[in-house]
Design a binder for this molecule. Structure first.
Ligand SMILES: Cc1ncc(COP(=O)(O)O)c(C=O)c1O
Length: 430
């Protein structure tokens, strides 16, 4: 029995089945490659779900963490604050363009940033309501689940969920949901469910992540901005997955030209160490009373040191530009594959946040989740780690490290294309 298989068996008896996922037990990782406990090498097209945008174990990130570890690892910002935290907020305030002076706070996970953004919006407006969008993913805490626009597997059996949260349709060109139709859905909520002056916030992913890498058309974000401005609603952009250079801009919302009021950051910010942040208009971020925000580990010094190194690397290595190069190469290969295989119904993405959607006979309405699973499984057999996503479980998402070497990228792309062909052939002969 391989070491992997043995650990998998122990996992089944020791770990909650609620924590699902792959069974590649990692021994070590470097940039866009990792090796399991049996010594098998994999090319990683997931970056730990858009976390190691600067690659696994980037030397500058590792050095920053080691340097900080030798000084102190934890004091709690509420007890022994560090200059690094303050400086990180200063840097983030400069990165996010809200059109006004910004303030920030650091937290630990993506969903914690989301929760705090909602707390800030409610505190600033004195209103309870929040409107999120169908297909959205905002995390797994009670509020995160309630905001998430996908019932299974995220919400089912975990109720009751926090109230005053509504879901409007998210536009999806491929599925024929136009911007106008989505906005009509929002209008219906604002007339039938909750009045605009009871709404604290809209929370939107400029590119839906778990929902299937669905890109919000700029016209949609512009319309949200206009409705928010008209009614004093806070516009929160959840950049947890799409932020930190992933889409070719520091923030995915920048593509639209629409300025958010608040932004949530996590994942890629820490390059593998857990840190998140809420950044936004100072008068909003300052609305909660002293003591209302924070947390024991929020802005942990090791993670703060990592985040500083990540910000340095993103800039020094111009990883926004690199994201575009990677994305172009991925899309070129996939568009060619789609020309030969009508099951690849759509290829889409911004920068290095690229996905392809699998359907039966080229029909967008007939999702092919089994084919999606077969491609991911085939790629794994051939040494490439892929992830699926999408409200219909039929989208393969590609999130390689932005530091991936050209040779590794090419190798990963050819494994991906061979896996698609093999999975489709097997599927057709069934
Ligand atoms: C857009 C978005 N928001 C929030 C979250 C939750 O982040 P975390 O899992 O770190 O709590 C995720 C995680 O995938 C995400 O993609």
């Amino acid at each position: 029995m391989s070491h992997n298989t043995a650990i998998e068996a122990r996992r089944r008896s020791a770990v909650s089945r609620g924590v699902a996922g792959k069974s590649i037990y990692v021994d070590h990782a470097k940039n866009a490659e990792l090796w399991d406990v049996d010594g098998t090498r994999f090319i990683d097209f997931t970056a730990g779900i858009a976390v190691t945008n600067t690659g696994h174990c980037h030397p500058k990130v590792m050095a920053a963490v080691a340097k900080q570890a030798a000084l102190f690892t934890h004091t709690c910002f509420h007890v022994g604050p560090s200059e690094g935290y303050v400086q990180l907020c200063e840097r983030l305030n400069d990165i996010v363009d809200t059109g006004a002076p910004n303030k920030s706070l650091c937290l630990t996970t993506g969903v914690e940033a989301v929760e705090n953004a909602i707390k800030i919006a409610r505190s600033a407006t004195g209103r309870p309501g929040v409107i999120a969008f169908g297909g959205a993913f905002h995390g797994r805490t009670a509020l995160g689940m309630a905001l998430t626009g996908k019932a299974k597997p995220y919400k089912t059996s975990f109720g009751p969920l926090p109230g005053d949260i509504y879901h409007a349709p998210f536009p999806n060109e491929y599925l024929g949901i136009s911007v106008d139709e989505a906005l009509r859905g929002l209008d219906l909520i604002l007339t039938s469910d909750i009045a605009p002056d009871d709404v604290a916030a809209f929370i939107v992913e400029p590119v839906q992540g778990e929902g299937g890498f669905v890109i919000a058309p700029p016209a949609f974000l512009k319309a949200l901005r206009a409705i928010a401005d008209k009614h004093g609603i806070v516009l929160i952009m959840d950049e947890v997955q799409g932020g930190m250079a992933r889409t070719g801009r520091m923030l995915s919302g920048e593509h639209s030209g629409v300025k958010p009021d608040l932004v949530t950051l996590a994942k890629g910010l820490g390059g593998g160490l857990p840190i998140s942040a809420v950044v936004g208009r100072a008068e909003l971020v300052d609305a909660p009373h002293a003591g209302g925000l924070g947390g024991t580990y929020a802005g942990n010094p090791l993670a703060v040191a990592a985040a500083h190194a990540v910000l340095d690397v993103l800039k020094e290595d111009d990883l926004c530009a690199r994201a575009d190069v990677i994305g172009t190469r991925l899309k070129e290969a996939l568009i060619k594959m789609a020309g030969d295989h009508r099951e690849i119904g759509d290829v889409r993405g911004l920068g290095a946040m690229v996905a392809f959607e699998l359907v039966k006979d080229g029909d967008p309405s007939r999702a092919a989740p089994e084919l999606c699973n077969a491609i991911v499984a085939e790629a794994q057999k051939r040494g490439l780690i892929l992830l699926s996503c999408g409200t219909r479980y039929n989208v393969v998402r590609l999130l390689p490290a932005l530091t991936i070497e050209d040779g590794t990228l090419d190798e990963g792309i050819s494994i991906m294309c061979a896996s698609i062909t093999a999975a489709l052939d097997a599927h057709k002969s069934e």
